[in-house]
Design a protein around this ligand. Structure first.
Ligand SMILES: Cc1cc2nc3c(=O)[nH]c(=O)nc-3n(C[C@H](O)[C@H](O)[C@H](O)COP(=O)(O)OP(=O)(O)OC[C@H]3O[C@@H](n4cnc5c(N)ncnc54)[C@H](O)[C@@H]3O)c2cc1C
Length: 426
């Protein structure tokens, strides 16, 4: 708990860190802050477990970012991937070692929250945060953040973490800027045992008919998660893609238990990540792999960093110190996940124009499949491959036909971040 010169009563009412949103980002932030012994409050508008539109694909970096002792509630282990190009040229690739795991999000997210609670975080569900204030009548002093709940109650903290997902109110407070918004549509389809058996251990990835779109089948025992994702603004075409996809797979006769949609958002490279004593992470910060729209690892990794730096902000003795800690958080994000996102954006730009090339590479060119395997297993990353393999670098540059000045600026930015990262020894 914080200690300062205020009266004992005031001190008791101020949390060290308040985290808004109990998805992977929020639970990860709450865990990282609570494990240091600080008083942490985690606020969630839903009752848990809550449904989240998501494939539940847990790749290596997600697994590696889980808190110590966390046991993944895997519904299936993926050893094979069937690729198709808008339903054609189907080919299955296999791996002896597991490629990635599949979870049900309600179960996974609740377990993460329980882990944060075991570390000492307090959870309040069924409370919607309306806004955050850092100045004005609700804020007793300059070292405090006021989190205003629906209904008027105010919660006070030394630092705030916004992990409230892709429609984030805390992100709006911080001024998060976006340059990519996509719409994901999904159906949870219960299937008979014979159909489930056919999919066990195998996923399907279909490169879709709309530029930048793709679809997937992720098996979870007796239920298949079938989804598609595409740029926002193509709502009718995206819906049609999902319908055609489901029909083509012979699954149209099975009634989905849940059909839902959700937006994913990617930040601009210069988007803010902090404002005063408030940090944002996960979807709330627009942190997501732009090509695959994989976001759980970004949520877990940025959440952990946000929790760690929120503790330092909570302990900051003045505004200058708090600002320094907030900037350190932003730097850590940009040097790591930011570089990954920059490469992902370039991959998406190429994929939008040449989905057939991706399909041909993954199904017919062994090094491309090995790269896919290594990335999903977590032994390397897309950024690392482009950085360390001159051939991959040249291929991406040749295919990324953005105007030369724009591509050069992106390259320079990535170089600059890498240099700073090297200088920082990280
Ligand atoms: C169709 C689809 C499929 C996907 N598939 C995958 C996949 O297979 N693998 C992968 O890695 N990623 C996937 N993603 C991305 C992934 O789901 C997200 O990146 C991830 O959930 C982000 O976690 P988060 O904690 O930031 O946000 P969320 O999981 O969205 O959690 C935010 C939480 O904040 C709460 N909240 C919101 N507003 C408030 C408020 N005002 N007050 C209090 N609480 C609030 C919400 O109820 C929610 O519980 C997919 C996304 C989509 C749309």
């Amino acid at each position: 708990m914080s200690s300062d010169n205020s009266s004992a009563d005031d001190v008791r009412q101020v949390w060290d860190v308040v985290v808004v949103g109990a998805g992977p980002a929020g639970a990860s932030a709450a865990y990282a802050a609570a494990v240091t012994g600080r008083r942490v409050l985690l606020l969630e508008k839903a009752e848990l477990p809550r449904y989240k539109t998501c494939g539940g694909g847990i790749i290596g970096p997600s697994r590696d970012a889980l808190p110590p002792g966390f046991e993944l509630p895997l519904r299936d282990r993926v050893h094979a991937v069937t690729f198709s190009l808008d339903g054609r040229f189907t080919r299955t690739r296999r791996s002896k070692q597991m490629l990635f795991g599949l979870v049900n999000r309600p179960e996974f997210d609740q377990q993460l929250v329980e882990h944060a609670q075991k570390a000492g975080a307090e959870l309040r569900t069924g409370v919607t945060v309306q806004r955050v204030e850092q100045h004005g009548a609700a804020v007793p002093d300059r070292r405090t953040v006021a989190v205003v709940l629906q209904g008027g109650e105010t919660v006070l903290a030394r630092a705030g973490v916004g992990a409230d997902g892709s429609a984030s109110r805390i992100g709006a407070h911080v001024g998060v800027k976006l340059d990519q918004v996509d719409l994901g549509l999904e159906a949870e389809i219960p299937v008979p045992e014979t159909v489930a058996e056919d999919w066990r251990g195998r996923v399907l990835i279909d490169w879709g008919p709309i530029p930048g779109s793709y679809g997937w089948v992720f098996p979870k025992g007796d239920t298949l998660t079938v989804g598609v994702i595409s740029a926002r603004g193509e709502g009718a075409a995206t819906k049609r893609y999902l319908e055609d996809f489901v029909a083509r797979l012979g699954l149209a006769g099975f009634e989905p238990s849940i059909s839902s949609g959700h937006l994913t958002r990617c930040r601009t490279e210069d988007s803010p990540l902090t404002r005063g004593r408030v940090l944002v992470c996960g979807d709330a910060a627009g942190m997501l792999e732009p090509w695959t729209r994989e976001g759980i690892s970004f949520a877990l990794r940025s959440g952990r960093l946000a929790g760690e730096w929120a503790v330092r902000i909570a302990e900051a003795h003045d505004a200058v110190d708090a600002r320094r800690q907030a900037l350190n958080y932003a730097f850590a994000i940009k040097a790591g996940l930011g570089v990954e996102m920059a490469v992902g954006k370039r991959m998406l730009a190429v994929f939008e124009r040449r989905p057939g090339l991706f399909h041909a590479a993954l199904t017919g060119f062994r090094p491309a499949w090995r790269a896919f395997r290594d990335i999903t297993q977590g032994s390397t990353s897309l950024g690392e491959i482009v950085r360390t393999h001159p051939v991959a670098q040249r291929a991406l540059t040749a295919l990324d036909r953005r105007p030369a000045a724009q591509a050069a600026a992106a390259e320079q930015e990535a170089e600059g971040v890498r240099d700073r990262q090297d200088a920082a020894g990280s």
